[in-house]
Design a protein around this ligand. Sequence first.
Ligand code: GCO
Ligand code: MG
Length: 402
Amino acid sequence: MKIVEARVIVCSPGRNFVTLKITTEDGLTGIGDATMNGRELAVASYLSEYVCPLLLGRDAGRIEDMWQYLYKGAYWRGGPVGMTAISAVDTALWDIKAKAAGLPLYQLLGGRSRDGVLVYGHANGNTVEEVLEWVHSYVERGYKAVRVQFGIPGLSSTYGVGSDKLYYEPADRGAFPVENSWSTELYLRSVPAAIGRVRDAFPDLHLLHDVHHRLTPIEAAKLGQRLEELSLFWLEDPVPAELQEGFRIIRSHTTTPIAVGEVLPTIWDLRTLIGEQLIDYVRTSVQRAGGISHLRKIASLAELHHVRTGSHGATDLSPVCMAAALHFDLSVPNFGIQEYMPHTPETDEVFPHSYRYSDGFMHPGEEPGLGVEIDEDAAGCFPYQRAYLPVNRLLDGTMHSW
Ligand code: GCO
Ligand code: MG
């Protein structure tokens, strides 16, 4: 199964996506998601300038060897650009292998460990009333788990609350990033009570909340303590995770479950967090963490340490990643939950797929391979448009993590 073509397709059906398409000599094709929100062309050019030429003539069936070749062979290891590129190659090769076998990918990963993939939706709003309305609409659609994000009185805008409630997308098209403002004091003053109101209204629902890397460990420890009685499913990214040891402080103070990892691309970046059981859910994804092959190794390390998976699934992870994630989720023993934000109709038109949602759960479908394709004619109608994620400043103008 020699690779005869490897191409990068960049399109923007509502938001930017980078897709790698690999073709073999017998005409099989596989695709992988290489989107890195706000920095898309860095990965596209890494792939087309350096990786695609290396794939030609190689055996598409040697997935692990290809992974090692691209990881060890670059000398410059890790990092989001390189790892996203490897993810795309790995995913495309798994797609090809499963198509060649005539099986949905999860069958090659050991088969189903469960009947469906528990997902959580996003409810957000400027006021608690708005959030309550959205949570209600998710519950009506069968969701068992909902993430809640609130506007913060005194701040003009913040992470997680957008103008379009269903298709929340933080990256904005424009010459410069949007500037958000932040005050930990104002946040801690309003958010615990806001989550409390949702808990009162929905006593049985799994509730999740994303702090988006903004607190210090001791602030996060205090927040975790205050939220304990609300029984969150998880508190996400309470602090930036470069300093993994910082999570020891949070852990020693609170039993609120912690989820981390959407920006961390390798098992080595997660070693302390998982190995010391400092987190409960690992959130890195097929698209960020070296594809199916590497994410499975991370899941195995996590399994050993009582950590479950909770893969990132915002709209900047394309339907190709979503499909791959669902095969992974269905198969790993220590699955926890999957984030799910529906893509826009334009995106779904470019990426026809077999995965489906029903009553709080998703299933990848039974098509051979990933069960998703890219319609290149449709993609061609939506050319790339530069977009940036916002930046964040404290009220006195100091740069802060967004
Ligand atoms: C999440 C994430 C996203 C990210 C986005 C960045 O939990 O879904 O934090 O909202 O901000 O994916 O591109
Ligand atoms: Mg997050």
